[in-house]
Design a protein around this ligand. Sequence first.
Ligand code: ADP
Ligand code: MG
Length: 700
Amino acid sequence: MNPNVLQTPIEYLKGVGPNRGELLRKELGIHTYQDLLNLFPHRYIDKTRFYKISELQRNNADVQIVGKIIHLKTVEQKKGKRLVATFIDDTGKMQLVWFRGQKWIRENIKINEPYVIFGRVNYYNGFSMPHPEMELLSTYEKKLRTAMQPVYPSTEKLSTRGITNKTTSNIIQQLFIETKGQFLDTLSSTILDDLKLISKSEALFNIHFPKSQELLAKSQFRLKFEELFYIQLQLISKNMLRKRKIKGYPFNQVGSYFSQFYQEHLPFELTNAQKRVIKEIRTDLGSNAQMNRLLQGDVGSGKTIVALMTMLLAIDNGFQACLMAPTEILATQHFHGLVELLIDMPITIQLLTGSTKTSKRKEIHADLQNGQLHILIGTHAVLEDKVQFLNLGLAIIDEQHRFGVAQRSKLWHKNEQPPHILVMTATPIPRTLAMSLYGDLDISVIDELPPGRKSVKTVHRYDSNRLKVFQFIRDEIKLGRQIYVVYPLIQESEKMDYKDLMDGYESIVREFPMPEYQISIVHGQMKPADKDYEMNRFVKGETQIMVATTVIEVGVNVPNASVMIIESAERFGLSQLHQLRGRVGRGAEQSYCILMTSHKLSNDSKTRLETMVRTNDGFEIAEVDLKLRGPGDIMGTQQSGVLNLKIADIVKDNDILKLARQFAIKLLKDDPTLSKEANRIIRFTYSQLAKYKNIWNYIS
Ligand code: ADP
Ligand code: MG
């Protein structure tokens, strides 16, 4: 079949026409035959036959099974309980689960009587079916049966305008008639053979009109693999291409600055993880390619020192370096911290932020251009066109999730050839997601905290326990510790949030009066100079309590602070809570994080709080976050395009993703330009994808 047929506009399909065509375009983004073919059912209802428990597949289909309940029990959960039935047939057993209506089920269900159950099967340590439809076999046998039915994505508008699930299924059937259901394969025969995949035509047919559960599972696997494979292929080949095309400034020597610092100034022994990461970075910098590396490390894992040592390598090789941070407070703290670390070393370093005075600014601009300034630390101000370097060799971005792609790409143009780029993040991105999102970046991970850290003890307290919490604060202050109290300020401009903060501040001032207690307050509506002043009082230990909004979320380092109290903790996202908690536990003392909430909590909030109490592991937290929010949300809209997957699910299809990546790497190693005859199909498909679907240009 001529592949161009699939590019035919959808209204030409018999049974569609201009009106329906318009609707399909608007509501589902279906423009062509191809798009319609790729409109995959998100589930299936199968009442064609009965399944045996031993035949169940992990394909999310709805199935019906005949069997009986032999046992019924109530299981206490952290919140509420669930009713669990053990359901058997002659081939095995599974569980039926109810979260609602347990009383009714308990009273009405018959033990050891044959039932027909129907519902979606889940798999987690065995099969289970939540809230099945149930009917006694004797009743069921009097009824009619229907065929296996795909359920397509739809919208309210589509159904009110008469495009029902049945209609969709019919026009897809028409598409198969017109094309005779013959589609070119999109994977090479090597891959098809290696993985025993079914052909494209067979997969497409069975995804829309499954002949059996088994063929459906095979079709899903084949199509998911293909989808993930081409994404990985693109990411990896882009990365390879970038390395070949974009020359990097070679940093060939480990010179005197690096060595001097390492031998005389390094205030502690590096952790093994830090050493490993520095080695990885040095390898990048020594090659002729430009480094484009993501450094992940949980809060407090010691990324700053890695950044500094990388900057020293740049200076050793005659280049300048800059470090950009998302907030003024953080940039300022980096600046002071680095100045201290570099004391007595002949290295020049300056701070540039929105509040740098014009005269100072001019001096910095001049010194950057004549090369007298080695290191520039700053906020977004660094990106301004006026900021020109003599020879920028390395740009480091701290807490990259705060910066957009456009800002990052600006850094690429601060020198004739792009400088090496290191982006650092304390928001751990689960590996699965990192692989799909940042496949074009190399990734380093600091997975070890400096020695002697005690993990932060986290508890959840209701507002009604506030007095006890106040007493705890007093006790800790008596021990010489400092306390953070943080309020949510989702939007710096929101009046309500601001009021909460001020009310809270006042009640704390009342509870902790001067002169015995000194309190700092920092929020987004203050002038930067005032913020710095207040922050510094806390850093120096002049105040014992810091009342703040989330402006302190990233990076700030006050080792003596040992208690983090988060007010209205239910309003924060998981990664934000984890970031905030990371502000304490930086010194040798036992630290605490207290999550304050009202009694009214949504299920998601409960999960978030429980997760925080259970673990300190940023990666584990990120996994839960990913499950709660879905990948698109986590990375923000900017990068979610790539996650707009048609059939695969980045979280659930982790195994297939890994497999796809493995195959893509193997293929590109063997045939980087995809020019071998055996890979003709892959090259053709790849170019079609690039042509018809503009898959993201990530950094240019
Ligand atoms: P983050 O990764 O969150 O940016 P920092 O770089 O701010 O972490 O480091 C947190 C704290 O740990 C700092 O006080 C830093 O001096 C200290 N630190 C970093 N590396 C080590 C180490 N290898 N041994 C002891 N302390 C370290
Ligand atoms: Mg940091």
